[in-house]
Design a protein around this ligand. Sequence first.
Ligand code: SAH
Length: 463
Amino acid sequence: MSHTEETAVPVAAGEEVVVEVEGLGHEGEGVGRAGGFALFVPGALPGEKVRAKVRELKKRYGCADLLEVLEPSPERIQPPCPVFGRCGGCQLQHMEYDAQLRWKRKMVTDALERIGKLDLGRVTVHPTLGMAEPRHYRNKAQVPAGTRGGRLVAGFYAMNSRRIVETDACLIQHEMNNRVVEAVRRIAAELGITGYNEETRSGHLRHIVVRTGFATGEVMVVLVTNGERLPRAAELCERIAAAVPGVKSICQNVNTSRTPVVMGDRTKALWGRDVIYDRIGDVEFAISAESFYQVNPAQTEVLYRKALDYAGLTGAETVIDAYCGIGTISLFLARKAKRVYGVEIVPEAVRDARRNAQLNGIENAEFVAGKAEEVLPRWRERGVAADVIVVDPPRKGCDPALLDAIVAMRPRRVVYVSCNPATLARDLRVLEDGGYRTVEVQPVDMFPHTGHVECIVSTHFTG
Ligand code: SAH
């Protein structure tokens, strides 16, 4: 956003102001101005005039709580979920779905222009590919557990807080996940298992994590505990297995850290297997508790098909899949390529990737555990010359050393999958300067009703 500081009338914390909302911020909050001063107002939509109370002031902007919508946007709707606004999980349920899709595209074009300094006259940014039915799309629930009035509770963190909002009917979760979380909470409570207390760091259960394979119906339950001790664990597992059809794996993950990170680094299977299976398209995947796996399977297939399209494979290519997770994109591409190399930092995910290659009878894919920015230069020294490189980094984007290594290897195409338009734009600038022209950008709505935007980008080496 541009600043008009010279003319800005300062606002004071606690003051009530009228805000003209112009856009949406990274967290789906309304962004607007009061007296020329920039304010973030969660719950307000672009085009609206709202009354808000200033909560917090920084030098260049402030945050305000929505009090009243004076002039509503025609895109405003009644949020379908009863806990919307209290639960921090969704940010855009008060906006028509088509309007969400349009805004997500705009967030992408804004970032490409402002941060990436791309000439949008030369880049095609397609309309966001949305879902026909944007509900119950998530395959993974991570629900914090706590204790209230001596009772084990589970729900979601309230907006900007660590307070647990109890709910057993999340609108974006697969209904199976909602049922399983509630069954686990109820059985654990009956067995005297206590919820974690962040202040005293006491209690057994920190999180209930449930993952459901949409294609297979297989369910994994991960009990994240505050230490090794989990009373009556065997009985707990037997009862969960009896109550939950489809459960194939119950694991315990130990997390004793003070940080809000959900999982610790030790996991063991308590009951059944240590993985569940799922399918995307006709590729089958084994997924273990600690591995990254896309949360929206329907849109993942849309995304991976685009990856295949943008890779432009004929069967003769060498492909590198950096940040490969459990090898999902690698295996999707392997059938159309000569050889695929995947690199991923989490060793368990690499183990899953190798197992997944075997599971699908794919013999031309090889996986290495390590940092992409360190492994790629080593491959290059060994004489690996990729025709296509796919990157799918976490929100912070690619490490600069990786971008250097890509430019040095000079593949014909780089396909960039991103969950953060800002770091995507930053990295595309580096690739552009290294001779890669951004050709097409396809936003894909992986996270309906949230402020998150996923994109896939096709770039070609033009020298
Ligand atoms: N392409 C995969 C996973 C993408 S998520 C899929 O679609 O499922 C990003 C992945 O990058 C995660 O699995 C994370 O563990 C991994 N990662 C994070 N930093 C990394 C690094 N420096 N080098 C390699 N992998 C990394």
